[in-house]
Design a protein around this ligand. Sequence first.
Ligand code: BTN
Length: 238
Amino acid sequence: MSLDGPRRHHRRTDSTNDRARELALAGAESGTFVTADEQTAGRGRRGRRWSAPPGAALLCSAILRPLEARHTLLPLAVPVAVCEAAESLAPVECLVKWPNDVWLRERKLAGVLIEARPPEWAVIGVGLNLAVADADFPDDLRWPATSLGHGVGTDQALAALRESLGRWVTAEPDDVASAFASRDALRGREIAWEGAAGAGGSGLGRAAGIDERGNLIVETSSGDRITLGSGEVSLRLS
Ligand code: BTN
């Protein structure tokens, strides 16, 4: 399966994920990409907003259909693809902060918002900062952000992302898990979590990789091993 379908570009729209969702509902083909120079209501995970100055970030949403068993680790495959795209464009090395933030030098370079109607389709939204000045990031970010720089433009970034996403959305789950493991920014580090179902709401522990479903494994201070399937996970800064 490739992700080389048509591109719908908007100079300004509320959210490329919303535009892509409409297209998915109307039957648009897999690999359709929606892009925008600017979003007026860009959305992040957990109900947060996502903003970037016009033209300073790659803002795109891809339709993937249908969803199959091999897409179990899609939320991890996408940030791996974003890392590879970024590394093909500039001399950088990226990591993934579970589940799907892309980090460059401990700062957030890109975010991923996947919205799906299984087994029919998923909309894969990616915001990749290319040339956002430090002063232009919102003041209320939970974690510092950064940009790729090196003069990389949005069309160049989109071409690289299409190529790497096409490879990673068709990858076997074992390969996705290995690639994620080699880029796991949290592994071995002290973390805090909150809002995680089945994990007592919040807690502290040490990240210990992912299980076969892509859940985060955590070793608590009492020696228990638990898994987090969702919720907010942050590094514990001491
Ligand atoms: C996150 O880190 O919370 C996810 C951010 C995802 C942002 C992208 S920008 C393109 C697409 N359209 C949206 O409204 N959100 C995603």
